[in-house]
Write a protein that binds this ligand. Structure first.
Ligand code: CTP
Length: 422
C-alpha cells in the first residue's frame, strides 16, 4: 500500500538526550513508509546510541563531522539540497540554542542552517532547562522564523520526576512530518466539517442500537484534509481510538489497524446519538466550505429511553411469543443541511448499498440536495466497514467516477480532489 511519505527525503537530526532511542523507532517507520531517510547526530548523541544503529536502519552513513565524509565533496550542502524536511528529535537545549543563533559547528547544525525545506524541532530535556528563559527565548526565535517547534510531553523524565520535557511518542513525530510534507497546502483557508463513525441510540443505561462503522473513512478524510492545509472539524460517533504507542507499521498505515488515530490540529467533537450529532452539525456547518457526512447515522432510535435497566420480566411478549421494540425516525442530518446550505457550500453524502449501487446512490443526490455522493457497495471485497481499503464511486450531477480499490487515505485524497473541482 502506498504511504503518504513514499519517495520523500527526510533528515532526522539526533542530539544528546536519553530519548534518542525513540528516534530509532521513528527512523524505522520512515524507512518502512518509503521515505529516503538520513540521520545526522551530534557528538553527544553518540554517548546514548551508536551510529551503527541508524546506519543499519537507513542504509546511509551517519556523519557527525562535516569533514569526515567520503561520500560527498560538501556533504552538508549536498544533503540540504535534496531534503523535503528536517526534524531534530530529540533536540537538547544546546542544539536549540545553536540553531536559533545560526551556529554551524558540526554536520547537524551546518546542514540545518543550509536547508531551505520545512523544519521541525522537538525539544526534550529536563523541565528546568526547558523553562529557562534562555531556552524559551530560543524556541520563540525559531517559531518566529517559521520553524515548527513541537511541545514536549508531560510525564516521567529520566531524573525520576513527572514533568514537562518528554519527547512525544514516535507516532506523534511521524504525524507531524506527514502534516508538514505529505501534500501541497492547496486547501489552506478552507473549512471542512466531517461526520464520522457510528451513532449509538440508547434503550436504557446499559443497551444501545448501533452499526459496524469504525470511522476509518472519516478519520482518513480528516487527516488528508489537515495535511493539505484545511481547517478540519470532525464530529465523531464512538470509535476505537488507538494509542500513540502502537506498532510502527500501524501508524505508517502499512498494517491494518483495528481503530483510528486522531491527527493533531484537527478539532474533534465527540457525540453519541444521532440527535447529538445533529446538534453538533448545526453549530459547525454554517461557515464551512464543505460538509462531508461519512458517519453511519442510525435512521431509527428507541421511542423511549428507560431511566433504569429494562428487566427481562418487564418485557411483555405478543400473542405469538415475540418481543417488539418501538422505534421512531431520527432526523436525516444530510437532508437537514441540504435544505439549508448556501450555494457556495459543498455537501457530500455517503451511501452504502448492497444492491443497485449507482441507481440508489444517484437518487440520494436529489433527495438530500447533496453535491456529491460517495457510493460504496458492501458486496465488494476490500470495501466497507472496518477495512483499510475502499472501492468507491463518486457521483456528482455531471459525472460518475469509479475509483479502483485503494487505501482509505488514497480514497480520501481522490474524494477531496473531486470535491474541490466541482
Ligand atoms: N445520514 C444522515 N442522517 C441520518 C441518516 C443518514 O446524515 N439520520 C447520512 C449519512 O451520513 C450518509 C447518508 O446520509 O452520508 C447515507 O444515507 P443512507 O442512510 O444510506 O440513505 P437513505 O436514503 O436513508 O438510505 P436507505 O433508503 O438505504 O435507508
Amino acid at each position: 500500500m502506498k504511504t503518504m511519505l513514499e519517495g520523500k527525503n527526510v533528515i532526522i537530526g539526533v542530539s544528546g538526550g536519553i530519548s534518542a532511542y525513540k528516534a530509532c523507532i521513528l527512523v524505522s517507520a520512515l524507512k518502512q513508509a518509503g521515505a529516503d531517510t538520513h540521520v545526522l547526530m551530534t557528538e553527544h548523541a553518540e554517548k546514548f546510541i551508536g551510529r551503527a544503529t541508524f546506519e543499519a536502519l537507513t542504509g546511509h552513513r551517519v556523519i557527525l563531522d562535516t569533514f569526515e565524509s567520503e561520500e560527498y565533496l560538501i556533504p552538508h550542502i549536498q544533503l540540504a539540497r535534496t531534503a523535503d524536511l528536517f526534524m531534530i528529535a530529540p533536540a537538547t537545549a544546546n542544539i536549540i540554542a545553536k540553531v536559533a543563533n545560526g551556529i554551524a559547528d558540526d554536520m547537524l547544525s551546518s546542514t540545518f542552517l543550509a536547508c531551505n525545506c520545512p523544519k521541525i524541532v522537538v525539544p526534550a530535556m529536563n523541565v528546568n532547562m526547558y523553562n529557562n528563559p534562555a531556552t524559551l527565548e530560543n524556541i520563540d526565535k525559531l517559531r518566529q522564523r517559521g520553524i515548527e517547534v513541537l511541545e514536549p510531553d508531560e510525564g516521567h523524565l529520566a531524573e525520576g520526576i513527572s514533568a514537562k520535557g518528554k519527547l512525544p511518542e514516535p507516532a506523534v513525530l511521524y504525524r507531524a512530518i506527514e502534516r508538514a510534507i505529505a501534500y501541497g497546502k492547496d486547501l489552506l483557508g478552507k473549512k471542512i466539517v466531517i461526520t464520522a463513525g457510528a451513532t449509538r441510540e440508547a434503550l436504557d443505561p446499559v443497551r444501545f442500537i448501533t452499526n459496524h462503522s469504525t470511522g476509518k473513512m472519516g478519520y482518513a478524510l480528516a487527516k488528508v484534509a489537515k495535511c493539505r492545509g484545511a481547517e478540519v472539524t470532525v464530529i465523531s460517533g464512538k470509535v476505537n481510538k488507538l494509542s500513540d504507542s502502537v506498532e510502527t507499521s500501524v501508524f505508517t498505515g502499512i498494517a491494518p489497524a483495528n481503530g483510528v488515530m486522531p491527527m493533531e490540529g484537527v478539532k474533534y467533537i465527540e457525540v453519541e446519538s444521532a440527535k447529538d450529532m445533529l446538534e453538533a452539525v448545526k453549530n459547525e456547518y454554517k461557515d464551512a466550505d464543505c460538509i462531508i457526512m461519512s458517519a453511519a447515522v442510525a435512521d431509527f432510535r428507541p421511542q423511549t429511553l428507560a431511566d433504569n435497566k429494562i428487566k427481562k420480566n418487564e418485557m411483555q411478549p405478543s400473542e405469538d411469543g415475540s418481543y417488539s421494540l418501538k422505534l421512531e425516525r431520527t432526523t436525516d442530518i444530510l437532508k437537514w443541511v441540504g435544505e439549508r446550505k448556501k450555494d457556495n457550500q459543498i455537501l457530500v453524502g455517503f451511501s452504502m448499498e448492497t444492491e443497485n449501487l449507482i441507481e440508489n446512490s444517484t437518487a440520494k443526490l436529489d433527495k438530500k440536495n447533496a453535491d456529491m455522493i460517495v457510493a460504496n457497495s458492501l458486496r465488494v471485497e476490500g470495501a466497507g466497514f472496518g477495512t483499510d481499503t475502499n472501492k468507491v464511486t463518486l457521483i456528482t450531477r455531471d459525472a460518475i467516477t469509479e475509483l479502483p480499490l485503494m487505501s482509505k487515505e488514497e480514497t480520501a485524497l481522490n474524494i477531496l480532489d473531486e470535491i474541490f473541482s466541482i
